[in-house]
Design a protein around this ligand. Structure first.
Ligand code: IMP
Length: 434
């Protein structure tokens, strides 16, 4: 397996964690390149459930180096909690490496996120309120505090003081909050620095060393294409770039270091938070799929909005990421739904046919999805391990998606368990040969 970027092809929560976990078994390094603890992924291993927000899924393999790249925004208290949680369960975390250049989420970022959403009122984005946007804003504003600053008390205090000053005005409602005390904050972050010091490293160099010595690297994206700050449904997006191109910036590698890009999409679609979602099922069927798919956010516990698979958005994501393959997750959730619909085009409010994802927000907000209906399939497919064991209608569904997307489906999820997957086409041939 060459160096591979794994990205979400929809609005997030596609099950990237499971795909990364499966591919990580054959990898040497897993590198996260953007986002923060707004992400959340669940991995079920030997009946044990692991939930991660910051630490890459590779941590469960003792021989895989897990890396938090420079493009990630790190809430040190969350990271330390995850490290402690893993330690308590006997998982060795000594190999985790955190980029010295990654930016830190500070208490005022979390407060600004909450205050910002409250101010927007009905126009709120529905953020995870983890301080992600304000942290990336400070990074661009050059007022950010970086992981390396934790190792120098004098610099840390100076930088916090500089960053805090302009926040005082914005955070009037929090003026008396002890979390905004410069001295207490500096001391708290120095303690975090002390705890994290053995993990802090020049992670771009680690990636180069790995790539130059022929190691297998996985670059793990968080969130997803349609939540990309530049290419998603702005402003209803996250504040980083979850597209594959961002793996270069967020890990410190060049485009020619990447061999493959895998996109992960559910067999249907979900979205958390506000923003356009042309295939949304605001009805009983949507509620049923939400129930069957356990569509509740890992990070915020919010119900996810549910809809049909949107091939207009998926084709856009395939091109934008120059995907070489797709992994389709949660196919089992569609069992018993007949017919299965997939959006093949949109129609604008003026009646125009839109085969491509519209670039103008006003058009997207009012466009309606038009569907192709495919026959559904019955029964539990959770025990299927090869394509031929899947019901014919399920195989036809996959072929339809593959042809529309224009890239091969290499992996299909048929249940929550780690082994509940069907490797398809090229991948299954490689597995048989191995
Ligand atoms: P933020 O990333 O917390 O600023 O939230 C911005 C938007 O991205 C909101 O609509 C969130 O619900 C969404 N979002 C952020 N992280 C995730 C994720 O991991 N999965 C799905 N949606 C996410």
């Amino acid at each position: 397996m060459p160096s591979t970027v794994i990205v979400g092809a929809q609005w997030g929560d596609e099950g990237k964690g499971k795909v990364v976990d499966l591919l990580a078994e054959h990898a040497d390094m897993v590198v996260r390149f953007q986002g923060g603890n707004n992400a959340g992924h669940t991995i079920i291993r030997d009946g044990e459930t692991f939930k991660f927000h910051l630490i890459p899924s590779g941590i469960l393999y003792p021989d895989v180096t897990s890396v938090i790249g420079n493009g990630v925004v790190v809430d040190p208290s969350v990271l330390i909690e995850e490290l402690e949680g893993l330690r308590r369960r006997g998982i060795d975390t000594a190999g985790l490496r955190i980029s010295a250049n990654a930016h830190l989420i500070m208490p005022y970022h979390v407060m600004l996120d909450t205050a910002g959403e409250a101010k927007l009122g009905k126009l709120e984005i529905g953020t995870t309120k983890r301080g992600i946007g304000p942290c990336y804003a400070d990074k661009a504003f050059r007022l950010g505090i970086r992981v390396q600053d934790l190792l120098d008390g004098k610099i840390l205090r100076k930088k916090i003081a500089a960053a805090l000053e302009p926040k005082q005005q914005m955070l009037r409602p929090f003026a008396r909050d002890p979390r905004l005390d410069l001295h207490a904050m500096t001391e708290e972050y120095l303690r975090y620095g002390h705890r994290l010091e053995p993990h802090i490293a020049d992670t771009a160099r680690l990636c180069w060393e790995g790539l130059d010595s022929g190691k297998q690297l996985i670059f793990e994206g968080a969130q997803a294409t349609m939540l990309d700050l530049d290419h998603g449904t702005y402003p209803f997006v996250t504040s980083s770039n979850p597209v594959a191109g961002a793996a270069c910036v967020g890990a410190g590698i060049g485009p020619s270091d990447i061999d493959e890009v895998w996109g992960v999409a559910k067999a249907y679609a979900t979205r958390v938070g506000a923003g356009p979602f042309p295939t949304e099922l605001d009805d009983e069927l949507g509620a049923r799929l939400r129930e069957l798919g356990g569509e509740v956010g890992t990070t915020t516990g919010r119900d996810r909005r549910v809809g049909w698979l949107d091939l207009v958005a998926l084709r856009y994501a395939v091109r934008l990421n120059a995907m070489s393959a797709l992994a389709i997750t949660k196919l089992d959730v569609l069992a018993g739904t007949d017919p299965i619909k997939v959006a093949v085009r949109y129609r604008s409010s003026e009646g125009a046919v839109l085969n491509d994802f519209p670039w103008h927000q006003s058009i997207l907000h009012t466009a309606e999805a038009e569907y192709e209906e495919l026959p559904g399939f019955e029964g539990d497919i959770g025990d299927c391990r090869s394509e031929s064991e899947l019901p014919k209608e399920a195989r036809d569904y996959l072929r339809f998606v593959e042809e529309a997307a224009g890239v091969p489906i290499r992996l299909v999820g048929v249940g929550p368990g780690r082994d509940q997957v069907v490797w398809t086409g090229e991948s299954s041939r490689q597995l048989r040969a191995a």
